[in-house]
Design a protein around this ligand. Structure first.
Ligand SMILES: O=C(O)CCC(=O)C(=O)O
Ligand SMILES: [Fe+2]
Length: 183
């Protein structure tokens, strides 16, 4: 059983407590491989798809010799307008300093009947978010969908009428032509 609110060990949340992040990463990796990925290979399918379409090799970064988490479970009621761009948020992070861009991937495990859409803006500039001429992408996923989008652009998740559960992570190309995966 996934308990409400107890997941989502994304690095950004633990950027000031890296040992807690490493501890949770190890704990969840064991749970994911024993339960979530024991009867589905969705993560390896995703990485194969990305390597195939980009022609790039994926690398999994580490921090003080401890791996970053590869994915997380998100139990997101909604998300306010934000962007995810790790080199901007943590410029001292050696592992991510040559990153060119950041993308989010989400596989939808549970969705509300109403609401829960993801809106992605065609800009990273928050100050123009209300410009009526912006052509935003309104994503209304179905169960099992994989959605990839540029998370360095501003985006939000609208509130829904019931639980919304995803397997999620980030990836991005580096200057050396490889792709990093982390969360
Ligand atoms: O759950 C979603 O559709 C998007 C959540 C989000 O903010 C992200 O993946 O960066
Ligand atoms: Fe996000």
């Amino acid at each position: 059983m996934i308990q409400r609110g107890n997941w989502d060990q994304i690095f950004f949340r633990y950027r000031f407590d890296r040992s807690k992040y490493a501890e949770l990463t190890q704990k969840y990796a064991t749970i994911f491989s024993n339960y979530l990925f024991s009867d589905t290979n969705m993560f390896s399918k995703l990485t194969q798809l990305i390597e195939h379409h980009t022609g790039s090799k994926i690398h999994y970064p580490s921090l003080d010799d401890k791996p970053f988490a590869k994915c997380t479970i998100r139990d997101l009621a909604s998300a306010p307008l934000h962007r995810d761009w790790l080199p901007g948020e943590c410029p001292d992070l050696e592992s991510h300093k040559d990153l060119i861009d950041q993308f989010a991937w989400n596989i939808y495990l549970q969705l509300p009947d109403n609401g829960g859409e993801t809106i992605v803006y065609p800009t990273s500039d928050r100050s123009i978010a209300n410009d009526p001429n912006l052509e935003k992408a309104f994503i209304k996923p179905s169960l099992g969908d994989l959605v990839l989008f540029r998370s360095s652009n501003i985006h939000e998740v609208l509130p829904g009428t019931s639980r919304r559960l995803t397997v999620s992570g980030f990836f991005g190309p580096k200057r050396d032509g490889t792709i990093l995966f982390w969360v």
